[in-house]
Design a protein around this ligand. Structure first.
Ligand code: KIV
Ligand code: ZN
Length: 507
């Protein structure tokens, strides 16, 4: 590993929990009974490979309680804090700067009697007087603090300013090299990760952060974003962390499961879309060479591969690739027809799944190579407010000398009655899964297009097809589309379903 190590202080279970809706119960922390004391005590007892910190306000009662809770820890840390900004000192603590400085020093001295591993935080440091802050940092290091944290408690600072504050402390606190300088950023302006990185560049070597960036108000520095920024841009930052990045996604998911709060889809690193490509140009690039549009490997954060979302923006390359994965190879003319139909369906459907692709294949092959088995030769529908809907349908069966067969059926409306009549004639077990109606022209004589998604169970597989029909009568268009779907299902069954050969060599 090149450069210095950045210590990751995971405050998910403390600051992370300080956000509405993110409470974790004691078992999840994990602890057995109520209260933060019990939480820290049990974590200290069970978790042995990390330092365990207990947070304590700068006062004897809190510090002693933290020490007791940490008794079983292998490397216990007491983390004590008090505010350093005038606004907090005057309005919240109602003390003088001198009193606060003395309280900070006393707190660190007391904590040091229990453990050498003491961290001090100057709360609201980014809105504090720099000279006073520097005096406080120097005094707590003299008192025994081994880590000194400079928090941006209200998420107010910006990267340049934070960089200069940390540099100021390095330049003006004479014993600063006896402690690790830590940072703790809140995300009120969406700058927590950027500010933390600036602080690293200025010399900070511990970053406090939370899984998924949860925390008070807009949250804290997101651990996954910080760690992956350090890993991905080590060329510039020249530092590293000990985090096993492959556990990033599993940890993020675990936290979402525990808290019941999902991560936004476009969240960096752990969002559902973080490794999903939708644009045709991007998909094409990723398939040719992942790094064209990916700066991180999905495996590095714990997912097996990036996701190419098939939708209206997908290019041929991605679609073809998915067809190959499914075992289909298309000739050029087949691919052209397939792609035209794919685009048409993708315009109406947000995401195209594998079963949709298979349905389109069935449809395209059928249209290219085969005559339909059934054609509609007549439809008569009667319906009304008080008479039950009824349909008479005549079909020609072209596999049976084009013999004409008719049936009459009732139903819940004209389409349903017509569909029932078709079912009687063909004996099909297909059913309509989705029904879509579009009026192509305006007015009461509008031309309507009906698209149905029909399914049928066949040899343990659910076959799925799209059927289309057009007419100025809605019910007739519905019946046409169902017959169209049945024709495609008939074809798929004959062709052997998934083993359809796209090269024309049989099944
Ligand atoms: O935001 C903050 O300043 C804190 C301290 C207790 C470290 O959470
Ligand atoms: Zn905080």
């Amino acid at each position: 590993m090149n450069g210095d190590k950045i210590y990751i202080f995971d405050t998910t279970l403390r600051d992370g929990e300080q956000s509405p809706g993110f409470s974790m119960n004691m078992e999840e922390k994990p602890v057995i009974s109520d209260g933060d004391f019990e939480a820290v005590r049990l974590i200290a007892e069970k978790v042995k490979r990390v330092q365990v910190a207990g947070l304590a306000r700068a006062g004897a009662k809190d510090i002693e309680a933290a020490a007791r809770a940490l008794e079983k820890a292998v490397n216990p840390r007491i983390h004590t804090f008090i505010s350093s900004s005038d606004i907090h000192i005057e309005y919240q603590l109602k003390k003088t700067r001198d009193e606060v400085l003395r309280t900070a020093v006393d707190a660190v001295k007391l904590a040091s009697t229990f453990t050498k591993n003491v961290e001090f935080s100057a709360m609201d440091a980014t809105r504090s007087d720099r000279k006073y802050l520097a005096d406080m940092v120097q005094a707590v290091i003299e008192a025994g603090a081994k880590t000194v944290n400079i928090p941006d408690t209200v998420g107010y600072t910006i990267p340049d300013e934070y960089y200069s504050l940390i540099r100021y402390l390095f330049d003006n606190v004479k014993n600063i090299n006896e402690a690790i300088i830590a940072v703790h950023c809140h995300n009120d302006l969406g700058l927590a990760v950027a500010n933390s990185i600036s602080a690293i560049q200025a010399g900070a070597r511990q970053v406090e952060c939370t899984v998924n960036g949860i925390g008070e108000r807009a949250g804290n520095t997101a651990m996954e974003e910080l760690v992956m920024a350090i890993k991905t841009r080590s060329d510039i930052l020249n530092v590293y962390t000990d985090i096993n990045t492959k556990l990033i996604i599993p940890s993020s998911k675990l936290l979402s499961n525990i808290t019941g709060v999902a991560v936004q889809p476009n969240k960096a690193i752990v969002g559902d879309n973080a490794f999903a490509h939708e644009s045709g140009i991007h998909q094409d690039g990723v398939l040719k060479h992942a790094q064209t549009y990916e700066i991180m490997k999905p495996e590095d954060v714990g997912i097996s591969k990036s996701k190419l979302v098939l939708g209206k923006h997908s290019g041929r390359h991605a679609v073809l690739d998915r067809l190959k994965e499914l075992g289909y190879e298309l000739k050029q003319d087949e691919l052209d027809s397939f792609f035209t139909r794919f685009k048409c369906i993708a315009d109406r459907k947000k995401e195209i799944f594998e079963e949709d692709l298979i349905a389109i294949i069935g449809e395209v092959l059928h249209k290219m190579d085969h005559k339909w088995r059934y054609s509609v030769s007549n439809v008569q529908i009667s319906t009304g407010l008080f008479s039950p809907p009824m349909a008479l349908v005549n079909l020609k069966d072209h596999e049976n000398n084009s013999e004409e067969v008719f049936e009459v059926a009732n139903g819940n409306g004209g389409v349903d009655a017509g569909v029932n009549a078709v079912k009687k004639i063909t004996g099909t077990r297909a059913y309509i899964k989705a029904f879509n109606l579009v009026a192509i022209t305006g007015g009461s004589d509008a031309l309507c297009e009906v698209s149905v998604t029909a399914e049928e169970e066949y040899n343990g597989t659910i076959l799925k097809v799209f059927g289309n029909g057009m007419s100025i009568d809605i019910s007739v268009a519905g019946i046409f589309s169902f017959v169209d779907a049945i024709n495609k299902l008939e074809y798929m069954k004959k062709a052997g379903v998934r083993k359809i050969s796209m090269t024309g060599e049989g099944v």
